[in-house]
Design a binder for this molecule. Structure first.
Ligand SMILES: *Cc1c(COP(=O)(O)O)cnc(C)c1O
Ligand SMILES: [Zn+2]
Length: 420
């Protein structure tokens, strides 16, 4: 008989606060201290190597040994992940630096990095035989969960603050989700979703499936390392809302190191928040261990408008442990960041992406990032999702009569216009 290779490498769930261990079931909080649980892998049983991974399909499921799904037939896949790591020569030159990359997660199936946690969480919910899925969302997770639910044939309910960007609501609704628009902040929507998960036994992916959900996000840094030739970058700039992505990146880097896929780990994590909702940056700058929640977030970067970040304290610790930094950017700087990225590199980002570029610029100007440092910026969402923030006067529309002389009157006979 041929010995079957062991496919399930999840050892247990473990409380992030008190360390209590649990079997990997439908549980998400510690029974003793209510702390969040995280997936622990049996790394010794994982035999995967660089060569095997490189030969696999170009989605995040190429790292399946480090994802918490037991039955591969339950994977709900729209092709999330393995997005380009794009070297940015023109943007680097504009900023006066040497080695800059963006991880372009705008090209994911629903236009944001949230497809990473959503594909894992909806797969796990399917495996657990939940009868409905849902999420609490600032917009992007709504679309990502709804799309994967559609693919799985599961009903989907998304809880959003009622001021969520229209294009994101439309997108989620088009995938067939029921939209529950809560008259309040993200934190209000999150509370209502948590209660609903409990009362109806629905899988609210970022609440009661959260230990599994967050595992999807770390694949962004697996890819960055693989795409750099199996090494970790010196700096990663990460947009921060709840802090889950930043924590997942730190966990992912350590897992890759512990598996021997990286020879060392000296990456600094740099957290980027919008000024109008920057509780983690403020705690970092004031050397505090406490995150003071922002009651009424006020920023155009709505996907980061989480006033009371669930993973805030862990994100703060990860930033400090990595020797990293945290910085914020104003709405005006965010818009400038979006425009600069679009005009130099041809990538159209939503405000969360503008935040990372704005923070990059600030930290270079302040000297906190050296000009010859290597930097990877996570660009996590597409500009097509936030069209409402762009005004027509920022665009270069030239209206003409339908004949050449009318055009020539405006452009001139040389055929070259000044570019702003
Ligand atoms: C959700 C989101 C983030 C941040 O994620 P957290 O894990 O909540 O910190 C960043 N960028 C975009 C576009 C997002 O949708
Ligand atoms: Zn505990």
């Amino acid at each position: 008989m041929v010995a079957l290779e062991k496919k399930v490498h999840v050892k247990m769930l473990k409380c992030r606060e008190c360390g209590k261990e649990y079997p990997p079931t439908k549980i998400h909080a510690c029974e003793d201290c209510f702390g969040p649980l995280e997936v622990v892998y049996d790394l010794d049983s994982i035999k995967v190597n660089k060569h095997v991974i490189e030969g696999r399909g170009e989605t995040l499921w190429r790292y399946r040994e480090l994802l918490p799904i037991e039955d591969e037939a339950k994977i709900v896949d729209l092709g999330a992940g393995f997005t380009p790591l794009q070297e940015c020569r023109r943007l680097a030159e504009a900023l006066g630096i040497r080695r800059l990359y963006i991880k372009n997660d705008t090209v994911n199936p629903t236009g944001s990095f949230k497809d990473r946690p959503a594909t894992v969480a909806v797969s796990k919910s399917f495996e657990f035989k939940f009868r409905a899925v849902g999420c609490a969302s600032t917009g992007n997770l709504a679309a990502a969960t709804a799309a994967h639910a559609a693919r799985a044939g599961l009903p989907c309910y998304v809880f959003i603050p009622s001021n969520t960007e229209r294009s994101k609501v439309l997108q989620a609704a088009t995938y067939g989700a029921k939209i529950i628009a809560v008259k309040g902040t993200y934190d209000d929507a999150n509370r209502l979703a948590a209660q609903t998960a409990y009362e109806y036994n629905w899988a609210i992916v970022n609440i009661n499936v959260r230990p599994y959900y967050v595992e999807g996000s770390k694949t962004i840094v697996f890819e960055i390392c693989e795409q750099l030739g199996w090494r970790a970058p010196e700096n990663i700039i990460i947009p921060v809302g709840s802090g889950a992505l930043l924590c997942a990146i730190w966990r992912g880097l350590k897992q890759f190191r512990d598996l021997g896929l990286l020879s060392d780990l000296k990456t600094r994590l740099i957290g980027a928040q919008p000024e109008g909702c920057s509780p983690i940056v403020k705690a970092f700058k004031s050397n505090s261990e406490d995150i003071l929640p922002v009651e009424k977030p006020k920023t155009i970067a709505k996907s980061l408008a989480i006033g009371d970040p669930g993973d805030g304290i862990y994100a703060l610790r990860a930033i400090r442990e990595s020797g990293g930094l945290a910085e914020y950017a104003s709405d005006e700087e965010i818009i400038k960041g979006i425009n600069l990225l679009a005009k130099t590199e041809g990538v159209f980002a939503e405000p969360a992406g503008g935040v990372t570029i704005a923070v990059l610029k600030k930290l270079i100007e302040s000297g906190d990032i050296a000009r010859d440092d290597e930097i990877v910026c996570c660009v996590t969402g597409s500009g097509f999702k936030s069209l409402d923030i762009f005004s027509i006067d920022t665009m270069s529309v030239i209206e003409v009569e339908p004949n050449f002389s009318s055009l020539e009157d405006l452009i001139g006979s040389g055929g070259v216009m000044e570019h702003g």
